[in-house]
Design a protein around this ligand. Sequence first.
Ligand code: 3HC
Ligand code: NAI
Length: 708
Amino acid sequence: MSENVRLTREKEIAVVTIDNPPVNALGPGIPEAIQAAIESAAADADVRAIVVMGAGRTFIAGADIREFGKIVRGEKPGRTLLPFLAAIEACAKPVVMAIHGQAFGGGLETAMAGHYRVIAAGAQVGQPEVKLGIIPGASGTQRLPRLAGFAKAVEMCAFGEPIGAGEALAAGIVDRIVEGDLLAGAIAFAREIAGKEAPRTSRRESKLRDHDPAIFAAARAQAQKTKRGQAAPLAAIEAVENATRLSFEEGCAREAQLFRECLYSTQCKALIHAFFAERAVSKIPGIAADTPVREIRRAAVIGAGTMGGGTTLNYANAGIPVIVKETSQEALDRGLAIIRKNYAGSVKKGRLAQAAMDERMARITPQLSYAGFEDADIIAEAVFEGMALKKQVFAEIDAIAKPTCILASNTSYLDIDEIASATGRPEMVLGNHFFSPANVMRLLEIVRGKATSAEAIATCMALARKLKKVGVLAGNCRGFIGNRMLGPYLREAQFLVEEGASVAAVNQALYDFGMAMGPLAMSDLAGLDVGWRIRKEFRHLERPGVRQPLVADLLCEMGRFGQKTGRGWSQYDENRASSPDPETEALIEKTARAAGIERRDIDAAEIVDRCVLALINEGAKLLDEGIALRASDIDVVYLNGYAFPAWRGGPMFHADTLGLDRVLARLAEFEQRHGAEFWSPAPLLKRLAEGGKTFSSFDQEAAAAAGG
Ligand code: 3HC
Ligand code: NAI
């Protein structure tokens, strides 16, 4: 048949198996081969029904995403799956789609073109295209409402979240859940329906009758809120809504048009970049894919504060027993109460069963001693940020931990090598830098010291996946990748208010750019005291005569730490709603005037450029220094740790989108106006811009040089 599609027989049932590793994507030649196999089976007089299934880990993960870029760049012609799907539906013998793993995107569209669908209990179906900035492009928006009704179809197409087998059955997307062997179950099902008239999804009308306009209005409102700034969700809603008034064929034609508009958008390029960037992080030059990975069976956490508590939750959620140690019963009780409250909140919202909460709580052992630490495979330190304390704690755990135990610090800024020097095993010491709230944010920066072993890094990369995080390797420097870049970003936000922009204007400009919140709102949320403590730790490094932001320390000295004290850059009511704080604004103005800073009107475009280009310039320096392995790793850090808008692809991809020559020109303007100290362009950025290159091309060249 084809090397990727096999046709076999189980007596009167034909079995078509798609075998296109790793995820059976519908790459070039695959739809054609599936169609040929189905037609060949249909032509066989001894065949009464046909089962289609995937080999390996999944059914079909969708269209081949790698093809999209080639189509947009004109390197390949666009193609449609519609005739392929029409041919399946037109098959004279019933076609049963047998789903395991995932039927996503074009995979679900293929499944829906079959006459019946059976599904393995643990499998998922979904139309996740919006996460790539596109919409279902092969009848998904038209077949799904015919099977599942408009409410479910809109939810799945506009928001992209997959659903499990039970929900798919309840919605009418599948006909049966198969427990145990899927192929056997699918064949049994095929025998039951063989000879009966096969239903065609495109001709089903009953669920189209109920089209309450409120469904679409509510979905649009939700998309404006949760997918702010993104075009694809709105296009998906429009496409599904078309099924209320257009025929199947007309609906598909309009869907194809909307799909194309999305495909050629910058948002789509950015989101596809983000998809592959996330999958590139685990490829680390010099660390072979077969580097031994230690299994983490037991963990221990030191400190039950903000980060220690979140880290404990991460381990307990992943099924790993975890000890959490504190210095006082009071701190331990407080930490545990927050953990319990967190779980109870999930139970209340129906996201977690009470039994699951009890199981997870039972995995957590709170204590004041190091008892049991000798059995831990990893010890995660999350005590206050301070070198002396960190070194003391690392010396203590080094004396207790077994030789193979990884010693990880959650430090935000401190030198991993200096921390490691307190131990006799620097090769097992690294940073595991979670982001607050640690049980929610997906990012884990894995910070490599100069002695950290490949095994320790590979183990933490694997651990990140187990904890459902995305692990990004960072070199050792003050702030690593994320926080080092955040420094110039927050510095500019503060300089801007000193120069005359209001706090609200700075926050609004970055919010409108797409950040989840503005920089000063973020500082208020994190707590201004956090930065204050860090500035004190590093004060000796400040250079005399170099401008420093002036107001944050003054706010802290007044006890204004942001949301936690009700006042900071803004003021907050009991519901945490913010409003401008006239006293803060007056303090900013007075301080700026006393320092001789010229005050002027500053527009939103300048606010965004000052903050975002400061971020990008620092990112380029990190890349040049080898602190980040790839520009795309920096993007993954910002998308998953700092809520940078996914549809802009991350700061470095955004720079490529702007054009590095334009970025360089704007940096030169700022350098002229605000000084080279802050604005001299990173040498790498300059080199790339002058060579007409991009950060993406830099990554590609580096990957090629590394042989990947
Ligand atoms: N096309 C091409 N490659 C794909 C792919 C796809 N649709 N889906 C996954 N891959 C690749 C990944 O890049 C990765 O490659 P690598 O090993 O070289 O890094 C490999 O498959 C394995 O992927 P994951 O690491 O993500 O493996 P997981 O087991 O964690 O997850 C998955 C598997 C759930 C299928 C996940 O990969 C996924 O969600 N994929 C995307 C699915 C998707 O968005 N489908 C819609 C595509 S658009 C479409 O179908 C349009 C249609 O309407 C016309
Ligand atoms: P926190 O102040 O909330 O908690 C620290 C806890 O450590 C306190 O409960 C304290 O009692 C405990 N502790 C101190 N010494 C101890 C010891 N010897 N043994 C056991 N427990 C001890 O601090 P937070 O915010 O959780 O920070 C912890 C670390 O994580 C710091 O290094 C910080 O820089 C870093 N971090 C913090 C983030 C945040 O947003 N809060 C984000 C990312 C990293």
